[in-house]
Every structure is written in structure tokens, then in C-alpha cells.
Design a protein around this ligand. Structure first.
Ligand code: CA
Ligand code: CA
Ligand code: CA
Length: 382
């Protein structure tokens, strides 16, 4: 909050500093597996034109090989199987005039977003998005992006780098590309005036170790952002540093939003069990919990947001339909930004309670009971 130009100079100064000590690694060396234990960097062949056309949201996870050199070695998330994930349709064209109204039903209506915008738009709030690469020049997000960091390459440019290889051998090339841009797009639908710091912690196939995630997290904390969006899952091993940093973020009053995951599970990822975060599951356009969404009736700090067949920005200035709790999390992160603008001196614990309390009922996917509900942003800013 209270972002000003002095602060922005401070941010960009820090980034410039970081540029002096960059190193690079081959993006293609990192792999991501859905229920696979081996990575592959050669079976996909070179096909640079096949970018970001995937069947599902990915849950970013950790490389079993390259990244396991430290004692805090990480594991990939076997729960992130693509078979359980939604299969959104691809748009044939994007109608710039119709915009997001081409969706089945608008999240703006579901979450009372326009009503909320009469009170707050996220102005003055800085959000770090820890994700795969970004298209920072995409017209849907360019005006809001400030600075950026790439924890994979160790440089200041978090741009998507599809390498044309099926790194994880799942038959889909570069399925992490566009993910960060899409998450950012959803954040900005809820909070169109928020500032976004894109931080790349996953490669083009969604791979990144817990150490890389921690590096990105540490950077976001050092920048002093207000909110951090983590639409990714982590390995269970080597989580200590992430846990420590999340505690530090909490001490500094930085609000962290995480996605519940897309494994149709009642068991949340490690990130979802951290008490300082709020976890986000996905509902469809009828306010029914998406069949792919993880749910938890044991974690109190969970809310829901639209995450099915969303239309949003992806790589190279394009748009697509995509589904996943990753994108639902974006709406809640944007909602947190609205709350921070509307309630200037709100404490972190108050903010979390406010979000948890500002909900409308949702139907569970199987007709059962859901503790919590769909975030109502008009209520958040009231
Ligand atoms: Ca880079
Ligand atoms: Ca792949
Ligand atoms: Ca790739």
C-alpha cells in the first residue's frame, strides 16, 4: 500500500542492483513431471511455434533432478496429474470489443467486482506474482507491471521462454508458458489499478525447485510488496526455507494468497497448510465447486473464486480460455488489494478474516457440504 514514486524507484534500483550479479541456466534443463520420474529434453523436438496451447492449468512443482543438489531437496507433486484437470476449449478468435463478456458467465458478476470498484480498484497496492514466465508487454497487463525478477535465470527479466521442447515428456510442449500472464490478468480484473511485480519461479513446463521458489519469495519480501500470489504447488521436501520466508512475510504484514491445486483432492499442498496464507479453490459459473478443485474442510482459511473456462491473456499478446485454481487465486489476490485500498490500516489478520467472512454460499461438486464460499468483493470493500 501507499506505493509512491520514491518507492518505485527503490524497487527498480534494487532490480538494477540484481542485474549486476546475474547468471544463466538453460531453461531446457529443468523439467516438470506429472506422475513421471524422469525428465526429457530431447523427445519433444524443436517446435518453437507450438507455444502455450495446452489442455489444462498446470500445478507447478519441483524438479527431481537438477534442483535436488541441496539438502533441502524437493519433490514434484504427484497430485498434479493432468488427467484430473479440466479441459477448457480454445477460443477461435478474441473479440477485443466484447472482451471478457465472451465467457459463459462473468466473474465480475459472480464476485460483485464492478460494485466493489466504486470503492476501490487496487490503487497504490503492489502485488508480487510468483509464477512461470510473463508476457509483461501484453496489453492486458503492461500498464500495471513494474520491475520484475527471474529466480530461474537469476536475472531481472521474467519473460516466458518456451524452448519448443516437451521438457517433462507429457506430450504437451511448453505448457507453462502464459500461466503467469493469465494469473496476472485475473488479478487485474479484480484490481485493475494494482501494480504487479512479476517474479519467475517456474520454467516453461512449470518446473521450479523449492529453492527457486524461496528465492522468488525472498525477493518479493525484500521489495516490500503488499500481497504475494503463489498459484503453484511445492514439493514436500525442502520446504523449510519457504516456511521460514512465509513467516517473515507475515511479520512484515505481507499477505500471501495460494491456490488450492487441481487434483480433486481433500488434501491441500504444503503451502495451503501454512496458517498465514489464504487458500483459494475454484468454482464454475454456477457457483459450484469445480470437480478438479482441491477442497479442505479442515483448513479454515479457504475461500473460492471463479476458475472454470476463464478468458484471459496469455503469451505473445494472445488470449485463451483456461481453467484452474491458479486463476481463481488471482481473483482473491485482486480482492485483497481492494481491501487494502478500502481499509487503509487493516492488519494482516483482520484482512484474512475479512476475506473469509465476505463470502456467498457455493455448492459442492458432489452435493456435500462446503465450509466457506465464493468471495464477494462488494462485501470486502464495504
Ligand atoms: Ca530471464
Ligand atoms: Ca510438457
Ligand atoms: Ca518446454
Amino acid at each position: 500500500m501507499n506505493m509512491n514514486w520514491g518507492r518505485m524507484r527503490q524497487l527498480t534500483g534494487m532490480l538494477a542492483l540484481l542485474c549486476l550479479c546475474t547468471h544463466s541456466v538453460e531453461a531446457g534443463d529443468k523439467g516438470k513431471g506429472n506422475n513421471k520420474t524422469t525428465e526429457s529434453s530431447s523427445d519433444g523436438g524443436i517446435n518453437p511455434s507450438n507455444v502455450a496451447v495446452t489442455e489444462s492449468d498446470f500445478e507447478a512443482s519441483s524438479s527431481p533432478k537438477e534442483e535436488s543438489t541441496s539438502t533441502e531437496s524437493s519433490t514434484y507433486d504427484a497430485n498434479a496429474g493432468s488427467s484430473q484437470e479440466p479441459t477448457p476449449s480454445e477460443p477461435s478468435t478474441y473479440d477485443a470489443n466484447a472482451g471478457y463478456s465472451q465467457e459463459p458467465m462473468s466473474p465480475e458478476e459472480q464476485m460483485h467486482i464492478y460494485e466493489a470498484h466504486q470503492r476501490a480498484t487496487g490503487s497504490g497496492v503492489v502485488i508480487a506474482v510468483l509464477d512461470a514466465g510473463f508476457d509483461a508487454a501484453h496489453p492486458a497487463i503492461a500498464a500495471n507491471v513494474v520491475g520484475g525478477y527471474d529466480a530461474i535465470d537469476g536475472d531481472s527479466d521474467p519473460t516466458d521462454l518456451g524452448n519448443g521442447w516437451d521438457d517433462d515428456g507429457d506430450g504437451i510442449v511448453d505448457n507453462g508458458v502464459g500461466h503467469g500472464t493469465f494469473v496476472t490478468g485475473m488479478i487485474l480484473r479484480a484490481a485493475p489499478d494494482a501494480m504487479i511485480v512479476p517474479i519467475r519461479v517456474r520454467n516453461d513446463e512449470g518446473w521450479g525447485s523449492n529453492d527457486v521458489t524461496a528465492d522468488g519469495l525472498e525477493m518479493a519480501i525484500r521489495m516490500g510488496v503488499d500481497v504475494i500470489n503463489m498459484s503453484l504447488s511445492t514439493g514436500s521436501g525442502g520446504f523449510t526455507r519457504i516456511r521460514r520466508l512465509l513467516a517473515k512475510a507475515e511479520r512484515q504484514g505481507i499477505f500471501v494468497v495460494v491456490s488450492a491445486g487441481n487434483a480433486s483432492s481433500s488434501e491441500l499442498d504444503a503451502l495451503g497448510k501454512i496458517k498465514s496464507t489464504i487458500v483459494v479453490g475454484a468454482v464454475d459459473a454456477t457457483n459450484t465447486v469445480a470437480t478438479f478443485s482441491n477442497v479442505s474442510n479442515t483448513t479454515y482459511w479457504m475461500v473460492y473464486a471463479p476458475g472454470v473456462d476463464l478468458l484471459g491473456p496469455t503469451t505473445r499478446g494472445e488470449y485463451r480460455y483456461w481453467s484452474g485454481t491458479s486463476f481463481a487465486a488471482g481473483f482473491v489476490t485482486g480482492g485483497a488489494a481492494l481491501a487494502l485500498e478500502a481499509h487503509k490500516n487493516i492488519a494482516l489478520w483482520e484482512l484474512r478474516q475479512l476475506l473469509r467472512d465476505s463470502i456467498d454460499p457455493v455448492k459442492s461438486a458432489d452435493g456435500g457440504y462446503i465450509d466457506s464460499g465464493l468471495l464477494n468483493l462488494a462485501q470486502v470493500v464495504r
